[in-house]
Design a protein around this ligand. Structure first.
Ligand SMILES: *Cc1c(COP(=O)(O)O)cnc(C)c1O
Length: 369
């Protein structure tokens, strides 16, 4: 991680200090308030719970430090993605989305944007490199793609999208701002599910939109206030606590994922392994240029659906769940959701378990069948 990101991670732990009065709690208070003392409106820090409230603002301060940009928080990743799309599209707009990205974004686009007159074009992440963006209003990208882990060049794609007159929205969920910085590479908005690594404990949904264009961020803020997609104070508090250890957890998760990817790739039962940090991976060169770490997600195939299911249920240190980025390692067979992957394809999210016991459990489960 660069010196400036280390500085940001350190500042994050002390971000409330300057505002503390003698006797204030060091930890973040949960402020459950829909209404506020309002003898007059002018000058009030808070007006009504849908407009803004202290506990989510503390999370936005943390995220703003990491993103180096304004941040608006949402009650889930999809709420953040919806806000970014509804803030930038209108009838007649053309939207480019990844055919191999997070599938709910495609379902949302097909079910709600198309009926409002938005033209939605799905292309594979690897095809962004030579796709003609003429006529597009928004180029939405996700890199590494989820679950296939293909990588695109954010700076190159953003430059061509801008030349074509389009805005760029980047879903940065799999990386977080500590590992990849789409706004620095030219994206206009970042969207992310803080449900994953930032909250980190698989017990809360949360999301945010980040950006450096005041007018765009104003639209995103208006969308939240008017649509009512506001986070709850307790959920915000959980995320605030999670983000305090994000840098520490990522360091362990990425280091372990690198070692496990290498060992899995060398295992005779494992095929077509994808991890951006393996020198043999097709995305290694661009990942090395563009990312400050290679992440904690590994994709690989076992022989069949049966072999993959047996591996997952036999491995004592992999919880079988959808989602990723939690303290515990987790995995699932993505074909069960209809992703266009082989029946034996597993997406593994490496957690914070000490490496060798985790590898021993993975290795034993691979030996079992
Ligand atoms: C999980 C995820 C989302 C959606 O987040 P929720 O908090 O579940 O709404 C969006 N994009 C990506 C890449 C994700 O992994």
């Amino acid at each position: 991680m660069s010196q400036s990101m280390q500085d940001r991670a350190a500042a994050l732990l002390h971000h409330r200090a300057a505002g503390l009065q003698k006797g204030d709690p060091i930890s973040l208070p949960i402020v459950p308030a829909a209404t506020f003392h309002l003898p007059e409106v002018a000058g009030a820090a808070h007006i009504y719970g849908r407009n803004g409230m202290a506990t989510w603002e503390a999370v936005e301060d943390q995220l703003a430090l990491l993103e180096d940009a304004a941040c608006v928080s949402f009650p889930s990743g999809m709420a953040a993605i919806s806000a970014a799309l509804f803030a930038t599209l209108k009838a007649g707009s053309k939207l480019i989305i990844p055919a191999d990205g997070y599938y709910v974004t495609r379902v949302l686009s097909a079910g709600f944007l198309v009926p409002f007159g938005v033209e939605v074009v799905e292309i594979a992440t690897r095809d962004y490199a030579d796709f003609d963006f003429s006529g597009a209003s928004v180029v939405y990208l996700e890199t590494p793609s989820n679950p296939g882990l293909d990588v695109l060049d954010i700076a190159e794609v953003s430059a061509r999208a801008h030349a074509a007159g389009a805005l760029v929205i980047a879903d940065n969920t799999t990386m977080t701002p500590l590992l990849q910085r789409p706004l620095d590479l030219g994206a206009d908005l970042v969207v992310a599910a803080d449900t994953k690594a930032p909250a980190g404990h698989s017990d809360v949904l949360f999301g945010h939109v980040a950006g450096r264009n005041d007018a765009l961020m104003g639209r995103v803020r208006d969308w939240r206030r008017l649509s009512g997609a506001v986070p709850g104070p307790f959920e915000a508090w959980q995320v605030h606590r999670g983000i305090e250890t994000l840098e520490l957890r990522l360091e362990r998760m990425c280091r372990s994922a690198g070692v496990i990817a290498e060992r899995l790739a060398a295992h005779p039962k494992v095929r077509n392994l994808r991890y951006p940090g393996l020198a043999s991976d097709p995305s290694y060169a661009i990942s090395t240029r563009q990312m400050a770490g290679y992440g904690f997600l590994i994709g690989f195939e076992l022989d069949s659906e049966t072999a993959a299911e047996k591996f997952l249920s036999d491995c004592g240190y992999i919880v079988q769940s959808t989602s990723f980025g939690g303290t515990h390692s987790s995995g699932e067979r993505r074909a069960r959701w209809g992703d266009k992957v082989a029946p034996g394809f597993i997406r593994l999210s490496v957690g914070i378990e000490p490496l060798e016991p985790l590898w021993a459990a993975i290795h034993a489960a691979l030996t079992d069948f």
